[in-house]
Design a protein around this ligand. Sequence first.
Ligand code: NPW
Ligand code: K
Length: 504
Amino acid sequence: MDIVTAQEMYEWDQVAIKSAGIEGKILMESAGRAAADVIERRIPEHHKVVVLIGAGNNGGDGFVIARTLLNRGYEVEAWQVAADEKISGDAIVHKEIFLASGYSLFQLNDWDALTQSLEKADVIVDAMLGIGAKGPLRSPFNEIVELVNKQNSCRIAVDLPTGVPADEGIEEFDGVRADLTVVIAALKMSAVVQHTRPFYGEIEMVEIGLPVRKLRHPERLVWQRHDVKRSLPERMTNSHKGSHGKGLMVGGSDLMPGSIAMSAKAALRSGAGLLTVATAKEVIPSVSSYVQEATFLAMSETAGKITGHIKDDLQGFDAAAVGMGLGRHPEAQELIEELLEQIEAPLLIDADGLFHLKELFDKVAQRPYPTILTPHPGEFARLLGKPIKTIMQSPFAYCRSFACKHRVYLVLKGPATIITSPEGKQRVDLTGNAGLAKGGTGDVLSGILLAMVLQGGSILDGISNGCFIHGTTAELLTDEQHAMRDLLATDVVEGLSQTFRTFS
Ligand SMILES: NC(=O)C1=CN([C@@H]2O[C@H](COP(=O)(O)OP(=O)(O)OC[C@H]3O[C@@H](n4cnc5c(N)ncnc54)[C@H](OP(=O)(O)O)[C@@H]3O)[C@@H](O)[C@H]2O)[C@@H](O)CC1
Ligand SMILES: [K+]
């Protein structure tokens, strides 16, 4: 599923009109009818529907929705909330069809009448503004949005909730708080950005007949189950442990032995062939009691933290991960530096491994092998030297410029995890739930990602699949055995087999 900016959506529109000869009014008819189908499926026949119609093409969709629902016998009041002379483009055509079909249109001459109508409505359809909204809402839209948000009715937005910007990066706005948004043709960026996402409510996308093969796809999409099915490497029946990669995991300390233990177990549960855990000597017994399948490399330590250099040969590994439970002591920086220089394979850096990374950016960019960074927003903010709030208002832009500049794969973790390649391709993983908001789940994710990288295929597909599998496991577990409150990172490790079975 593509994620587009308003500009990209307008370009698609032009391709449809100019290259494929699909007129705008046909697209509008398709959009409106498809949205009406969604609405019809959601509401009982006796429900009273009010459709709020603006002046542009979003309003045009509204005329089609109102007519379609009236044709199908619903009780609908269509309210044109913009002045007649403002109605523009294809919306004029659909207003004429609406009127010529014998239906009456309410106009905003009397606020009391609109208020009463909204108060009586079971469903309010918001077709006032879509991707064409610019700047803070002007009158009467600002007042109407406030009024709509006060009602107890079900609010269904068309394309995007009125007032919500389509793109990222806009902080100040007020918008309709929708229960459901029927998204037209592609997800708009704001649908997955933290501060705008809640305005959308549930999301359902409709297809409107755009010429998909002719469109320039933005290399920014939601990674879905069918993508995982298509790209997850198959396990051959004649494979052996060496066929699935030899991984190295470096981290752990006396006060955080669980991090690396869960990470290692998650890697093995996700298909890693062989795994070596390099950790402080005194930590090995507690890690090995949880992960019997791993081998160990005892690192020299001071006060329970890894301090020494890796003496062993690092050449034989197919991928490595570092940082889980490592600690933030100064010697950790030297260790990371050493791994950046010596690991001749993909290297994933997580958690405490990211703490000193700012000082090592030049080493990261110089690596001729892939580097994968998996920060949460706080860690990413530290890497960028900017406030979390600033970054989370424009996460796509910050992720892309960072990944391209430092030549890394970046996994910005969150309810909408953004995965970016060094070339700037972006995928969003929307799986998972609040059950994952717990200590240790990040370590589990790192283990899964290491295993995915070890098993071959493209790195971008592998880490996208890993994020999907991690989130889906939480969903499966909270659907069946667990509540979000009690779900633990170790449950996710043990639940992985359930998820993998859905892909076999
Ligand atoms: N493939 C496609 O693209 C398809 C698109 N489709 C649909 O078209 C929608 C995009 O339509 P669009 O471009 O006409 O913009 P739209 O959202 O209706 O807004 C424009 C109106 O808003 C007004 N306005 C702006 N800012 C404002 C503010 N702050 N406060 C108040 N008013 C403000 C502006 O007024 P103006 O600034 O011009 O005075 C103008 O009247 C899209 O979301 C989808 O639903 C489908 O039909 C089929 C295919
Ligand atoms: K809308």
